[in-house]
Design a protein around this ligand. Structure first.
Ligand SMILES: Nc1ncnc2c1ncn2[C@@H]1O[C@H](COP(=O)(O)OP(=O)(O)OP(=O)(O)O)[C@@H](O)[C@H]1O
Ligand SMILES: [Mg+2]
Length: 507
């Protein structure tokens, strides 16, 4: 099945999200879709899947124009979309989620789960998905949940699959498995649109690449002949540096001292196991590790989102083990959370309100009992300029921002304030290469102003590029430490430590 978008324009108020876009999608092909944050990728795909209707232009399927009134019409025509934020019901099984809304019914109209399960198994087999039909969604890792979303779309017999940043939340191992699935879908003749900000992924899996900027397609090409540098330049309109520019660190006094820290998970299992670590003023410490080895719990305990079961956390000489989130913030701790929707922002609040979400009660925003709104607005507007948060106004709900611009908003709020310690979890998740370059430079700037900086990232490249010292976390403990002055840490040794090999550098 071939699909053509012709002259698609979509406006949101004064924002032209898509500006006369032409795009062709072919069966048996993976189209990589690349573009800076806010370029209009998700909007265009929401139009293609029937969720939004375009202001101008048309969609043609095998040469015939179609009009979609909603996502139901899109899927009816064979176009299915997997959104970046999953839409599964956690307490339902895989099979129940897959059939939701299109349940096969037996005689008398009862839900025929047996038939549903058989169909799920069939699709599983066909594309090598390996998803257990009877497991509850909440018991599955993120990577498998994503496959359930794909299953759901295949169950509805989609011939065109739109995948909006599917790899953003996957571990490197899961990404490889995911690519295997994409290839088998392609072999079966499906058309795939693959959105990602990771240039090497575009080069690895797509047959064609289209690049968007400011609502338009600004380039197309063959991934076989293009380089990452070509793609980056097409995307942001200037050459992009992939290496972090920094001088040798000059560590000072200890800013964060974690001793013998134990943090438990909800089910009382040990997430952080008698962990010790120090971050000094003027240095960037990176925590490398495969997701799920206690990094999240460690960050939550340091920032006050989770309780320490035992042990001690000292911040610039002060014991903060039992401080609230707000107290830690007041002491000068910045936190870029890994999940911006859960703990970083309120979508229905304006961008301005989000920019002062954790400091509206402090100077200069608070005057007596009231909030000084003109100051809030002026500051928020400045933050948006500095961090290139693309919006026509700070008075709009933050939820209207594109995914990457939401992330930039959260990072701006945390880094613009005067702080002593920055705790950054997946700070560049979902960001385009130009924004990553800027945020990395701001983290180094914080270091050079004397902050202690702790980075947790599942991107080893990011850890290697930013950190002066690298700690490897495995099974709730720091199992190895590497000096990374001049980027000299041994990547292989880090990889081994991440996999649980204990020899090598001592902890
Ligand atoms: N529902 C909406 N209401 C108002 N404006 C919107 C809405 N959805 C998107 N926009 C605006 O349209 C533009 C394009 O956004 P879109 O989400 O398509 O970008 P994107 O290319 O997917 O970016 P990212 O890489 O950050 O996900 C942005 O300026 C965004 O603020
Ligand atoms: Mg998007």
């Amino acid at each position: 099945m071939d699909v053509e978008l012709r002259g698609i324009t979509k406006r949101f108020g004064s924002v032209v999200a898509n500006d006369g876009v032409n795009l062709t999608i072919r069966g048996g092909e993976v189209l990589g879709l690349l573009g800076e944050n806010g370029a209009g990728k998700s909007t265009m795909m929401n139009i293609l899947s029937g969720l939004y209707s375009p202001d101008e232009g048309e969609i043609l399927i095998d040469g015939k124009p179609v009009v979609f009134q909603g996502p139901g019409d899109g899927i009816e025509a064979g176009i299915g979309m997997v959104h970046q934020h999953f839409m599964l019901v956690p307490v339902f099984t895989v099979a129940e989620n897959v059939v939701l809304g299109v349940e096969p019914t037996g005689r008398l109209g009862y839900l025929d789960l047996k038939r549903a399960r058989a169909q799920v198994d069939e699709i599983n087999q066909l594309y090598g998905l390996h998803v257990p039909a009877d497991t509850l969604i909440e018991d599955l890792p993120v990577g498998i949940q994503q496959r359930v979303e794909i299953l759901k779309v295949l169950f509805r017999q989609a011939d065109v699959l739109i995948l909006d940043e599917p790899t953003a939340v996957l571990t490197p191992q899961e990404v490889e498995e995911f690519f295997g699935i994409v290839r088998s879908l392609k072999e079966a003749g499906k058309a795939i649109v693959f959105i990602t900000h990771k240039l090497h992924e575009i080069l690895e899996v797509s047959d064609r690449v289209s690049v968007m900027r400011q609502g338009r397609i600004v380039g197309e090409g063959d991934p076989k002949t293009l380089t990452e540098a070509d793609l980056a330049e097409m995307m942001v309109g200037r050459p992009v540096s992939f290496t972090v520019d920094k001088t040798v660190a000059e560590p000072g006094r200890p800013m964060l001292e974690v001793s013998d820290l134990v943090v438990l998970r909800d089910n009382d299992e040990i997430a952080v196991d008698h962990l010790n670590m120090v971050v000094k003023s003027g240095e960037v410490v990176g925590i490398a590790g495969v997701q799920g080895n206690g990094q999240s719990a460690l960050v939550e305990a340091i920032t006050g989102l989770a309780r320490a079961a035992s042990g001690k956390i000292v911040f610039d000489g002060k014991d903060i083990t039992h401080f609230s989130v707000r107290q830690r913030h007041s002491e000068g701790m910045a936190h870029i959370p890994e999940d911006r929707h859960k703990s970083g922002m309120v979508s229905s609040f304006t961008i301005a309100e989000n920019m002062v979400l954790n400091s509206y009660y402090e100077k200069p925003y608070s005057k007596g009992m009231a909030i000084d709104w003109p100051t809030v607005h002026k500051t928020a507007a400045k933050y948006c300029v500095d961090f290139d948060v693309r919006t026509p106004s700070v008075f709009l709900p933050a939820g209207n921002l594109s995914g990457g611009n939401q992330q930039k908003m959260v990072v701006a709020r945390e880094l613009e304030r005067q702080t002593k310690l920055v705790i950054a979890s997946q700070p560049t998740r979902g960001l385009d290469v130009g924004s990553i370059e800027y945020i990395h430079s701001r983290l180094i700037e914080a270091r050079d102003e004397g902050d202690g900086v702790l980075i947790v990232s599942s991107e080893l490249d990011e850890i290697m590029g930013l950190s002066d010292r690298i700690l490897v976390m495995f099974d709730g403990r720091i199992v190895a430490e590497f000096d990374n002055t001049g980027g000299k840490a041994d990547r292989n040794a880090i990889g081994l430590a991440m996999a649980g090999a204990t020899e090598g550098a001592a902890a």
